[in-house]
Design a binder for this molecule. Structure first.
Ligand code: IDP
Ligand code: MG
Length: 139
């Protein structure tokens, strides 16, 4: 049985380029309920921890530099089958490969500045949400 929650971030490129409002509307139109949301900025330490699974990848330093370069919007979203359905809404990691109409197709320019994060499992959704929100804020 898949879970009802996923975690997302509107990344610094999309916030800086003025896409925040359109992206939030897109998410709501796709049937997700916004359970929690905030503007924030990642520290280098927090970004490194968030992306720890990619620590040995060649792009890790660029990823941390990019994710700490500006304001992000962090949010918890609710819907049946939230994790998989939201991955469909954002599209492939590389915007060149993202299907037409997906958020990365519409708003991202490159694989490193790709507009939006989406959790890859129910377990990670809860872990990632916990980086930004406590249980009280969530409901
Ligand atoms: P995802 O965001 O689609 O789940 P992951 O493989 O989890 O993709 O990678 C996390 C993030 O790391 C990506 O969203 C992207 O910003 C960055 N990234 C992934 N692969 C590359 C790459 O080959 N070059 C540069 N950045 C990458
Ligand atoms: Mg991922």
């Amino acid at each position: 049985m898949s879970g009802k929650l996923t975690f997302t971030m509107i990344k610094p490129d999309a916030v800086a380029n003025g896409h925040t409002g359109k992206i939030i509307d897109h998410i709501i139109q796709k049937g997700f309920k916004i359970v929690a949301m905030k503007y924030t900025k990642l520290s280098e330490e927090k970004a490194g921890e968030f992306y720890a699974i990619h620590r040995d990848r060649p792009f890790f330093k660029d990823l941390v530099d990019f994710m700490t370069s500006g304001t992000i919007v962090a949010a918890i979203l609710e819907k049946d089958n939230a994790v998989a359905d939201f991955r469909d809404v954002i599209g492939a990691t590389d915007p060149q490969k993202a299907a037409p109409g997906t958020i990365r197709n519409l708003y991202a320019k490159s694989i490193d500045a790709n507009a939006m994060h989406g959790s890859d499992s129910d377990e990670n959704a809860l872990i990632e949400a916990g980086f930004f929100f406590n249980a009280f804020e969530r409901f």
